[in-house]
Write a protein that binds this ligand. Sequence first.
Ligand code: SF4
Length: 433
Amino acid sequence: MKFHIETWGCQMNDHDSEKLSGMLVREGHEAVGSVAEADLVLLNTCSIREKAVHKVHSQLGRLRELKAQRPLLIGVAGCLAQQEQEALFKQAPHVDFVLGTMALQQLPRLLEEAKAGRRVMDTAEYPDNHLFPPEVTQRRSTAKALVTIMEGCDHACTYCVVPTTRGPERSRPVADILDEVKLMVEQGFREVELLGQNVNSYAGGCSFAELIERVSEVDGLEWIRFTTSHPMNFTRELGRTLATNPKVAPFLHLPIQSGSNSVLKRMLRGYTVEEYLERLGYLGEARERFAISTDFIVGFPGETDEDFEGTMAVLEQVRFDASFSFIYSPRPGTPALRLSDDIPAQVKAQRLARLQKRQTELTLASHEKAVGKILEVRVESLTVTEQGHWLARTGRWENVHLTVGAGRTLPFGSLVRARITGAGPHFLRGELA
Ligand code: SF4
């Protein structure tokens, strides 16, 4: 069959789609670039916020019309599949199969059953789901390779569906991860991103800090990134490793969610603002060269003006280089649903706008510090863009629009030296040094 996979959500989902694509190619199916060309459409979904769920349902609506015109198999995978399970067949009767987040390797079997006209679902928790054979993964042409180190989450943040949709924490053995990183370097990658819902609580035979040290010993590897971290599991040992290991890209995403201790308590985040700041301090002097990003939720049930001022105050105190901020979205099956969603929509929107406005100013100020410097950047685009520049990325995860001489090409995925000539809130401008 000709298949097309659409992906929503986090990098874990992006990487799962690479695995799903790899299994289909191994079975002899052909990946195509659009729904229009496909006999099989697989939606790899997200359910972290209501907005993501709406996008999936509107796409399912479009696929229903297409399926009325020609043969088309439709599968739904990812967190919405795990959350809704058989209810998805009621919501969208034209769906042929539902594949859970912990049953990825059952895709070939489900597809054969669906091709035979049976409507099937598998959302069981397969204990070896996280032990996926890396040689099967069909990687997109990116400058960095995504490497899963663990799946699931044992935390219980009251607003979050992940513990339900991704299950308990399971860590891959160190040896498997090192073998995959070596394979990635053999395939030409010089940068890896270690993935997990909470990489800091990795427990596959050593601590996360030690895992980073061992990954950094792989010859040919230049940069190591990782996501997502939880402040509760951010240790002095990890801070020291990030600060001292030269292969660790100077970028840390450490979600704080709120600057109010009473909101953090109702979120069951397990730390206070003071403890968060203390742990960020584990980076020591390296803090200066690291870019720090975070996540914020505004409008959480019971969030007072004073609570929100706490969020603005921590934004000011840390001067985050970037942040992802969202309005609280009540999620099915989460404990926060028992709390009354009492913040008026207008107030939520005003708080989000104010926070994002200040963040944009801080990001611009952070970018402006790079002007005039010569930085190592990784080439991320295969060719020059329409605007006549190459896309590259600094170690601090800053976008760089790089100008090079006419007709000159850059080696995709490799590091080049760039002189930063300008800064905007969303990217830097540079030229080859
Ligand atoms: S740490 Fe909290 S927010 Fe993050 S995935 Fe786990 S439960 Fe969700």
